[in-house]
Design a protein around this ligand. Structure first.
Ligand SMILES: [Zn+2]
Length: 512
């Protein structure tokens, strides 16, 4: 019998023997209980045991949606945010131990994101589920699943009430903030109802479907309660008549064909303000402003990685979130606010993890800023995603390996070698990769897979290698996470359907 076998027998037999004389669990060794992982693990358990489950209702609800912020995005972003500072410089930190701001929330759940007709969903059907409590088809906003996409007839009768509608009708203040166009699917689902998510302004609605109002018009005409208090994002030409010069870009004009100036219509309301750049937002007199429309770009706001730090006209998501809360908090009856980090999704579609991860960090910062502004005893904060993407974190990189770099692996004894891992083709590979998308264009040539050690994998436009060549990387169909803190947050748990998020919010606000 070898020593090893003897030890194995002892290990199996000893607990059985001990079990005969005593039922006490075996004590862990000194070396184990003094290990920092052990003590930190125990501390986490103690914190969870002490968690309160307040019976109080929420006065306010803030719903943060990271568009396309799947679980692999969260893991990669928390590593990225620790490894690289806001200037993109390496910090020397390993990263895996980091938390995004909302990853410290006490409650979380997994969320099933499919739509009634899609195994892998889009942002319209998923936003409708969160906004209204019912699942529907992909591509439609806040109409039930019976409504065919792109067909105006019948859509009015199939419109559903949203959490924003209910909040307005109970006298609360409401707002939507996004880094995409204000009329995009995610914000749109909360204040508009339409059989086609692309009907952002009137000129794109087919002539035979014109009876349906465009999404921009629905925002300005929104009349539930006393109307929306805050709306900030991009998509300025959708609100301005065709031919009207854009204030920021001399070569662009408004796009509306009905001749309406929706910005002017907004400003007719008492206490209403309009801003289109960062300086104006910073100079805003919140005390004098009851309603705020911000249209900061022609299309989406700039990706954070392409912002000009010295001369940038777009506000950050954090700045918009702060301004929104300042205005909404003036209402003693509370508020509902939806904040979307909308360009996480776009970075992924482009095939660039760097763009997407920086946008995820920005969302995390906006959540942290909101937590500083509100009273967490009366404000429920939820953070989730509408759907995932095809990003994967793979290989066996050493702890602390650059998340934007090539896989460098450990030696047989587990020590970091800095040595590149190599695929069967003899070439290295990156930790991050996509199942599909435009990254596949440069991933293969006549010799097979290209060598990513020839690539600038840290570049802000770098597209990770991908397998299936598509012009746009696609969404992913696995579950997303939901994080919660504040009153009624303890109801968030388990595996839930995405439409349950509406029911959680409505209940937390006492509107059910
Ligand atoms: Zn998308």
């Amino acid at each position: 019998m070898t020593t090893r076998t003897l030890l194995l027998l002892l290990a199996v037999g000893l607990p059985l023997l001990v079990g005969c004389v005593s039922t006490a669990p075996p004590a862990s060794t000194v070396v184990q209980v003094s290990d920092p992982w052990f003590t930190r693990g125990q501390a986490t358990l103690e914190r969870r045991k002490a968690l309160a489950r307040p019976a109080t209702k929420a006065k306010n609800v803030i719903l943060f949606i990271g568009d396309g912020m799947g679980i692999s995005t969260l893991t990669a972003a928390r590593i990225f945010a620790a490894q690289r500072d806001l200037d993109g410089e390496l910090t020397g930190r390993s990263g895996e131990e980091n938390h995004l701001s909302f990853e410290r929330f006490p409650y979380s759940a997994l969320v099933k994101t499919y739509t009634t007709n899609g195994q892998v969903s889009d942002s319209a059907g998923t936003a409708t589920a969160m906004a209204s409590g019912v699942k529907t088809r992909s591509g439609v906003l806040s109409v039930t699943s019976e409504q065919p996409k792109g067909v105006c007839a019948g859509s009015r009768d199939r419109a559903v009430d949203t959490i924003l509608d209910l909040a307005e009708e109970s006298g609360m203040s409401t707002g939507v903030v996004t880094t995409t166009t204000l009329t995009h699917a995610t914000p749109g689902a909360f204040y508009a109802s339409t059989p086609h998510r692309d009907w952002e302004y009137d000129a794109v609605i087919p002539a035979d479907q014109k009876p349906c109002p465009d999404i921009a018009r629905q925002l300005i005409e929104y009349d539930r309660g006393d109307g929306l208090e805050v709306a900030m994002g991009g998509g300025r030409p959708y609100f301005l008549p065709a031919g009207r010069p854009d204030p920021e870009y001399s070569d662009r004009t408004g796009l509306r064909q009905d001749g309406r100036d929706l910005v002017d219509e907004w400003q007719q309301r008492p206490g209403a303000a309009y801003v289109w750049n960062q300086d104006q937002l910073r100079d805003l007199d919140v005390a004098q402003t009851d309603r705020l429309l911000g249209l900061f770009e022609s299309w989406e706001l700039k990706y954070t990685v392409f912002r000009d730090p010295k001369n940038e006209a777009d506000p950050t998501l954090t700045e918009m979130t702060r301004a929104a809360i300042d205005i909404l908090q003036k209402n003693p009856r509370g508020f509902f606010l939806m904040v979307e980090g909308g360009r996480i999704d776009h970075g992924h579609h482009y095939g660039s993890a760097h763009m997407a991860l920086e946008e995820t960090r920005q969302l995390s910062m906006a959540v942290a800023a909101a937590m500083e502004k509100v009273d967490l005893d009366n404000t429920l904060i939820l953070v989730t995603a509408d759907h995932s993407h095809t990003l994967t974190i793979s290989g066996y990189p050493s702890r602390g390996n650059d998340i934007l770099g090539l896989v460098r692996e450990n030696d047989d004894q587990g020590g970091a070698t800095g040595k590149l891992a190599r695929a069967e083709d003899g070439k290295p590979f990156t930790t991050l990769g996509y199942a599909n998308g435009p990254g596949a264009r440069h991933s293969f040539d006549e010799q097979g897979r290209t060598d990513p050690s020839d690539h600038q994998t840290h570049g802000s436009r770098y597209r990770q290698q991908a397998l299936v060549r598509l012009s746009d990387e696609t969404h992913g169909g696995e579950d997303v996470a939901l994080y919660a803190t504040g009153p009624q947050a303890h109801l968030v748990g388990g595996l839930i359907e995405q439409n349950v998020i509406f029911h959680l919010m409505r209940h937390a606000l006492g509107l059910d």
